[in-house]
Design a binder for this molecule. Structure first.
Ligand SMILES: C[S@@+](CC[C@H](N)C(=O)[O-])C[C@H]1O[C@@H](n2cnc3c(N)ncnc32)[C@H](O)[C@@H]1O
Length: 319
C-alpha cells in the first residue's frame, strides 16, 4: 500500500447530505449503526455523536484503505466499533444470517474522494495512472482487463447503460481499434482515445469528455449495481422494527433500484385487483419515509460540487 493511504487526511472526504442523513436516521443511545460504505468515516463520525457513548457501530468497506480512517474513528467514537472489510452485499447477508440487528443502516454509494483523489488508483481521468479502478485491490478484474478484453458490443453497452454516453459506439470502436495495435495500460491512453473518438464540438460543454466512460467502467469493474440489488434485502432483514435504512445514490440507475425496492417492500397485498379477498396475506415490510428523493441544497452543492448528483432515500422497517 502506498504511504499516503496510511495517512488519513482530515480533508479527505466531505460527507454528502450529512445533516439530512443524521436527521432521518435519528440514532439514539444504545442503538446499532451499520455503515455499509464507511469510506473516510465522514458520516459515521457525525452519526456516532447521537449514540452519546452508548451503542455500536459496524463499519464496512471493501477498500482496505478505509481501515486507517476507521482506526482514527475508533479512537474517538466512544462506543463499541467493528470494521469488516468486504462487499457490503456479502457482509450484510452474513450479519443477517448470524442474527445481528441494526437500528440504522447507511449506504453512501459510489466512489469516495480518497479513491478519486489518489491517482494511483486509476479512478480519475484527470491524472495519468495505471488503468485500475478496483475498489477492492485484491479483486481479479480491473479496468485494464475490461478495456482490453471485452467485446466492442459489451463496451458499447457498458458506456451507454452505466455512463449514458451518447458516443458509446464510436468510443467502443476506437478502443478496439487502438488495442489491436497496443493494449491499454494507463488512464491517459484511454482519455486520448475517447477524445479522438468524439466529434470535436461535443468535446466541449458537457464536462470532461472521458467523465461518462470512466464512470461506466468503474460501475462495471466493481459490479456496483448487482451489489446494491443484493444488499438491499439483506439490509432490511437486519433492521429492527422501527429501524431505518438510508441510501445515497449518485446515478439514476442506482436511484431507480432503491426506489423500486422500497416501493415493492412497502406494498401490502399483491393479489390481483379483481380478487374479492386477499389470499396472499402479504404485509408491508417497509414504510417509505422520503416519497421523493432528498437532494442537496444549493449551498451544499456550491461548497462540495461532488454532492450535485446525490439523491437520498430513506425507509423504515415496519414489522
Ligand atoms: C461515497 S464513499 C463513502 C464515504 C463515507 N460515507 C464518508 O463519509 O466518508 C463510498 C465508499 O463505499 C465503498 N463501497 C462502494 N461499494 C461497496 C460495496 N459493494 N461494498 C463495500 N464497500 C463499498 C467504497 O470503497 C467507498 O469507500
Amino acid at each position: 500500500m502506498l504511504p499516503n493511504v496510511l495517512q488519513p487526511n482530515t480533508t479527505d472526504h466531505v460527507p454528502v447530505l450529512a445533516d439530512e442523513v443524521r436527521e432521518f436516521l435519528a440514532l439514539e443511545p444504545g442503538h446499532t449503526l451499520v455503515d455499509g460504505t464507511f469510506g473516510a468515516g465522514g458520516h459515521a463520525s457525525l452519526l456516532v455523536r447521537d449514540l452519546k457513548g452508548e451503542g455500536k457501530v459496524v463499519a464496512i468497506d471493501r477498500d482496505p484503505s478505509a481501515r486507517p480512517y476507521f482506526e482514527r474513528f475508533r479512537r474517538t467514537a466512544g462506543v463499541n466499533t467493528r470494521f469488516l472489510r468486504g462487499d457490503f452485499s456479502i457482509i450484510l447477508d452474513q450479519l443477517a444470517e448470524n442474527g445481528v440487528h441494526a437500528d440504522a443502516i447507511l449506504l453512501d454509494l459510489g466512489v469516495s474522494s480518497m479513491q478519486l483523489d489518489r491517482p494511483e488508483r486509476g479512478f480519475s481521468y484527470a491524472a495519468d495512472a495505471p488503468l485500475d479502478m478496483r475498489m477492492d485491490p485484491s479483486a481479479d478484474y480491473s479496468a485494464r482487463e475490461l478495456v482490453n478484453e471485452a467485446s466492442e458490443l459489451e463496451l458499447e453497452q457498458i458506456f451507454r447503460r452505466y455512463g449514458e454516453e451518447r458516443f458509446a459506439r464510436q468510443i467502443a470502436r476506437a478502443i478496439v481499434r487502438r488495442r489491436r495495435q497496443q493494449p491499454f495500460e494507463r488512464t491517459a491512453e484511454l482519455v486520448d482515445t475517447i477524445k479522438a473518438a468524439i466529434p470535436a464540438p461535443a468535446r466541449f460543454g458537457e464536462g470532461h469528455p472521458a467523465k461518462r466512460v470512466f464512470q461506466a467502467l468503474r460501475i462495471a469493474v466493481n459490479d456496483e449495481l448487482d451489489a446494491l440489488e443484493a444488499a438491499l434485502p439483506a439490509a432490511v432483514e437486519m433492521l429492527r422494527p422501527g429501524g431505518r435504512i438510508a441510501v445515497i445514490s449518485f446515478h439514476s440507475l442506482e436511484d431507480r433500484i432503491v426506489k423500486h425496492f422500497f416501493r415493492e417492500e412497502a406494498r401490502g397485498c399483491t393479489c390481483p385487483p379483481d380478487f374479492p379477498i386477499c389470499v396472499c396475506g402479504r404485509e408491508p415490510v417497509l414504510r417509505v419515509v422520503t416519497p421523493r428523493p432528498v437532494r442537496p441544497s444549493a449551498r451544499e452543492t456550491a461548497l462540495n460540487p461532488r454532492a450535485a448528483s446525490a439523491r437520498l432515500r430513506v425507509a423504515e422497517k415496519t414489522t
